[in-house]
Design a protein around this ligand. Sequence first.
Ligand code: CUA
Length: 339
Amino acid sequence: MMRRLQQVGRMLPMLVMVALLLTGCGDPYLSALQPKGPVAGMQYDLIKLSVIIMLGVFTVVIVIFTYVLIRYRKRKGDNSIPEQIEGNHKLEIIWTVIPFILLIVLAIPMVSTTFTLAKDYSNDKDAVQVKVTGHQFWWEFEYPDLKINTAQELYIPVNKKVYLSLEAADVIHSFWVPALGGKKDTNPGMTNHMWLESTVEGTFQGRCAELCGPSHALMDFKVKVVSQEEFDKWVVKMTKGENAPAENKAVATQGDEIFKQSCVSCHAVDGNGGKIGPDLTNFGNRQTVAGVLPNDKKHVAEWLKDPESVKPGNLMPNLKLQDDQVDALVEYLSSLKRQ
Ligand code: CUA
């Protein structure tokens, strides 16, 4: 017995360390445990309620179990069998009624939250409508009312409902912004819906939460929550804005030529071009290239030279570009900055 206790005692520091480590699993931009909006808030409340009920049941069962284990253990020299009872009505009623009450306590907020989360805001003039399409391995965001098509960064105004229509272009993906709300699958040939709202401004990390191919883990995106004023400015920039002048205009023009020859069948800029790859109208404003590398000239070049090494299994072909062609394209792409 003493040895057992000593063993448990030795494990205690490790358990404490694991607990401390796990408290670090809550980066505010990527944590369902630090909700930043009503959807994530309601879901977090349900998690808390069910965990509290679970811990309550667990504690009561463990206490009774431990008591019985000690009180009725086999003692040396005592071979008597304790009084056998069964069919105790009072006890049976108690352990039927208690779980029933607990289920009701759990079911009422669960059902009411489910209906609140399933509300349809597709005709709500105040809500921002966004069509989300999951692609291997990037995210497309279309604002049908605002005539904006963009990728990888979802701009939304703070304190406003955003109604998402979710689809997939190829295989099943799952749209997930932990700080703002639970995940929702995007399926080919079928539209799912969800709404989100953020009560704070900031950048929140989004992830694909459905195994969708070799670069599933790299299928990140960002949600940029800005003030209404800033959002309106962004809309104007995206629809009527001009690109910033390129640092090296001659090289950028060269890049533009290459783009028109080799890239435009898949990528659109300002509404001209294919829709197979992400729209690049505001590429220079984005934080990342391919969703995972920092968006600077070095990494854009790295991506153009060998897309497969950055994001295995993606559709972008290796164009086998010469170094000067890469430099020209990099210059052109970096100039696609809306101001
Ligand atoms: Cu898309 Cu995982």
